[in-house]
Design a protein around this ligand. Structure first.
Ligand SMILES: Cc1cc2nc3c(=O)[nH]c(=O)nc-3n(C[C@H](O)[C@H](O)[C@H](O)COP(=O)(O)OP(=O)(O)OC[C@H]3O[C@@H](n4cnc5c(N)ncnc54)[C@H](O)[C@@H]3O)c2cc1C
Length: 473
């Protein structure tokens, strides 16, 4: 019997537990324990019901184009829960000089595919519009195969610094809470680097990649969520895993390697395991690994992965107060000097999030541009968010309720050189038998990527079991 410790009960660790459980039920000689520091499972995935509204404290959905979260839902028999975003209402605005300007139709991130909509847009200056056309005809030299650069460097090479400020930076801030001048283009926009490598022009690549629309078949929604909220995914896994395998309020406090494997200490109890999967933020991994001997270089590399913090603020209103708001929400560029990074118009983005007659906004604050935001009091945050909402959208009504969720050091920053750092880290990890890294710090931050990584950690365990079972000679 192989005993596995999964440390961290967010979606990455829980996915590993779920797929190991499937193997165990099929008779594989494996047992596992999930150690979670907090009193609840799910990590940053958390849904609350407040006055009939469905409030997402962390992620509200996942990208439909990445299949792994949907596949997990299929394996959990949760497909009836899957619900797409209301893309007929999809429109995102950017705040420019305090005013909402729509992102022109046909933009694929920061790459235009419909010149007519760019030409008539007020989001970009004439110089940026001309640069977009120029890029199609005279694209810049591609990034060398062994090189990396910042997202800001990459996008301004193809277009202009204004396209970085008004589009690339706010879009990436929404995912990483990060800074375009430090985030690695290879790690955060690999599809763009690939497009540059193949077509040189990003515009040309996007036009070629555009799939011809089949008659009468609507494109899949951009985002997928769970009808009862993202926490349903977590709850479904927790229900499928035997209770004795799940330990919440049990932080792993010490790791020690011995001749037969690993000793994990938590709440004064030490247990033996053959393998340990660290489904934790890199900083928590570093702290834990620092308690084991011979891990100094690994700890050093883990500590090189920076993090930003985020706050989400939910504000519910009478629907009449929000009637003027169209689309999915807005993003705020750094140079607008606001504390609001983004705002989602939740009741427009998804159906069934609010009862009849109510509307819900979700505001993001923090990120690398505003690390002090986490220390503000609840009253200060509400005051700031309401003032900025009033100035940007004109909404001055009193909210029916507000909720604030703080996520300290929750968003890993894939900075320039990230892939090389991770490759080095993994090389060091290979020398430490029986230890695997998982979680969102290395190869993808979105929920689908975390599911893929969590599943692959379970596959890694099974490969070792099969290798041990294989007849010798
Ligand atoms: C505010 C916010 C909004 C987001 N929105 C989206 C979105 O809309 N779509 C999307 O795809 N992604 C989104 N993301 C990203 C995505 O949700 C996360 O990357 C993903 O959920 C991380 O899962 P994880 O299991 O790797 O890590 P976590 O969820 O961070 O889980 C790690 C767990 O480890 C536990 N832990 C820490 N130390 C120890 C220890 N010593 N012992 C035991 N347990 C420990 C923690 O308590 C935590 O539960 C968002 C993230 C945030 C913060």
């Amino acid at each position: 019997m192989i005993r596995v410790a999964i440390i961290g009960g967010g979606i990455s660790g829980l996915t590993t537990a779920f797929y190991l459980e499937q193997e165990r039920r099929r008779g594989a000689p494996v047992s596992y324990i999930v150690f979670e520091a907090e009193p609840r499972f799910g990590g940053v995935i958390r849904t609350e019901r407040v006055e009939g509204c469905l409030v997402e404290a962390g992620p509200d959905s996942f990208l439909t184009s990445k299949p792994w979260a949907r596949e997990l839902c299929e394996d959990l028999r949760l497909t009836s829960q899957l619900m797409g975003s209301r893309d007929s209402a999809r429109k995102t605005f950017i705040v420019v000089n305090g005013k909402l300007q729509p992102i022109p139709a046909g933009m694929q991130m920061m790459v235009p595919t419909r010149f007519a909509s760019v030409v008539s847009s007020s989001l970009f200056s004439l110089n940026s519009k001309l640069a977009m056309m120029r890029e199609y005809l005279w694209p810049p030299e591609p990034l060398a195969a062994d090189d990396d650069e910042s997202v800001a460097g990459f996008v301004s090479r193809h277009f202009t610094a204004e396209v970085v400020e008004r589009l690339a930076e706010p879009l990436l801030a929404g995912v990483y809470g990060g800074d375009a001048s430090t985030l690695s283009v290879r790690a955060t926009l690999p599809q763009m680097v690939d497009s540059e490598c193949r077509f040189r022009s990003l515009v040309r690549g996007a036009l070629i990649a555009r799939k011809p629309q089949k008659a009468k078949e609507p494109p899949p929604p951009l985002f997928t969520t769970m009808r009862d909220g993202m926490q349903r995914l977590v709850d479904a896994i927790v229900r499928q895993v035997p209770r004795e395998m799940l330990r919440c309020s049990r932080p792993a406090e010490r790791l020690a390697q011995n001749s037969s494997g690993w000793q994990v200490s938590s709440a004064g109890v030490s247990e033996e395991f053959d393998q340990v999967i660290l489904a934790l933020p890199a900083h928590a991994c570093a702290r834990l690994l620092a308690t084991a001997s011979g891990t100094e270089r690994t700890v050093e590399l883990l500590n090189q992965i920076g993090y930003s913090s985020a706050l989400t603020v939910a504000l519910a209103y009478k629907a009449t107060a929000l009637a003027a708001l169209q689309g999915f929400g807005f993003l705020v560029p750094r140079n607008e000097a606001r504390r609001t990074m983004a705002c989602t118009f939740v009741h427009n983005k998804f159906e069934n999030r609010t009862p009849e007659g109510m509307g819900l906004l979700r505001v993001f604050v923090g990120g690398t541009r505003d690390p002090e935001a986490l220390a503000l009091s609840d009253d200060q945050i509400i005051e700031i968010v309401r003032r900025e909402l009033r100035e940007i959208t004109g909404i001055a009504a009193e909210p029916q309720f507000t909720r604030i969720y703080r996520w300290p050091h929750a968003m890993p920053q894939y900075e320039v050189g990230h892939l090389v750092r991770v490759a080095r880290l993994e090389m060091h990890m290979q020398r430490i038998a029986g230890l695997q890294l998982s979680g969102n710090a290395y190869h993808g931050i979105g929920i689908p990527d975390c599911v893929r990584i969590g599943r692959s950690a379970a596959d890694g365990v099974m490969r070792k079991i099969r290798a041990q079972q294989a007849p010798v000679g």
